[in-house]
Write a protein that binds this ligand. Structure first.
Ligand code: ADP
Length: 273
């Protein structure tokens, strides 16, 4: 999955990243889904261990245009995990109280603690995306934010947080199809926000803002992955793979922590059979 990682300092041109890509699977959905099942089962076990070990902190950032599948990733990649150790934090239009503070204020409160995986559904990146596209603060302010974000994430990493950032890359035609599907199915109407059509008109500006954000903030300590997301199963597979590889890299072990097990068993009246 290395090829989807943005190397620090790379300039990103999203037109060169194929949102339709299915890698080695070459469109073979059924093989891809089988693999995804294996990966989510592995993720389930690894997360259990992460929680029990209570040592590592994992922050997963999800960004992408409307309909790119942020909610779908949360549902499908994390479906088997123990809700005790996994939390989702969503970031919507800031409240007046949030706006009265710096843009990290609401974010910092939500970062993971020991043993936890936290998924950011949108994030502080909105402050160089929607905020830039809509001119919600002057350019002189948002332009400084890339360095600020790198510094903030570096601090988190140095304090023990593993950060993985995923940009779900869909193309405008795929978005059109997904918006139409929402309109065609009354049970999906709740997901349709007429405001999304206005944002869609600004596709080019958003892509530019994303290209800058991805290029300027993919660092050794908090890499971005550009996930081909037209095919939902492949999108999920890429993210699950990166997570499993990362958690495996922690080399987690549960060491026996109790010293006198026979003595404790004796207190319970002997063996369990
Ligand atoms: P979602 O699309 O994530 O399912 P919503 O439809 O409620 O949920 O959208 C959340 C909205 O909040 C998005 O349009 C997003 O751009 C906006 N938003 C998030 N963070 C900020 C921010 N810092 N400033 C302005 N708007 C923001």
């Amino acid at each position: 999955m290395e090829r989807y990682r943005v190397k620090p300092g790379d300039k990103v041109d999203l037109d060169k990243w194929d949102s339709q890509d299915t890698g080695a699977y070459q469109g073979n959905k059924s093989d891809g889904k089988d693999r995804l099942e294996e990966l989510t089962a592995e993720l389930e076990e690894l997360q259990e261990l992460l929680f029990a070990e209570n040592k590592h902190k994992v922050l997963v950032v999800l960004q992408g245009m409307d309909t790119s599948g942020k909610d779908g990733v949360i549902r499908h990649v994390f479906e088997g995990v123990n809700p005790q150790g996994v939390r989702v934090a969503g970031f919507k239009v800031p409240t007046p109280q949030e706006l009265a503070h710096d843009y990290f204020w609401r974010v910092h409160q939500q970062v993971p603690g020991n043993g936890e995986i936290v998924i950011f559904n949108r994030s502080h990146y909105e402050d160089v995306l929607v905020v830039r596209v809509h001119g919600l603060v002057p350019p002189a302010r948002w332009k400084k934010r890339y360095d600020q974000i790198n510094a903030f994430e570096k601090m988190l990493a140095e304090e023990g947080t593993t950060i993985l950032k995923f940009f779900l890359h869909v193309d405008p035609e795929e978005q059109r199809q997904r918006l139409l599907a929402r309109l065609d199915d009354p049970s999906k109407h709740w997901k349709f926000n007429p405001g999304d059509l206005k944002e869609r008109e600004r596709w080019g500006e958003y892509q530019q803002a994303y290209e800058d954000a991805l290029g300027k903030t993919s660092t050794a300590w908090a890499p971005w992955y550009i996930v081909p997301a037209n095919k939902k199963w492949y999108r999920n597979l890429v993210i699950a793979s990166v997570l499993v590889e990362t958690l495996k890299g922690f080399d987690m072990k549960l060491e026996a922590q109790l010293e006198d097990v026979p003595g404790l068993k004796a207190q319970l009246g002997g063996s369990s059979d």
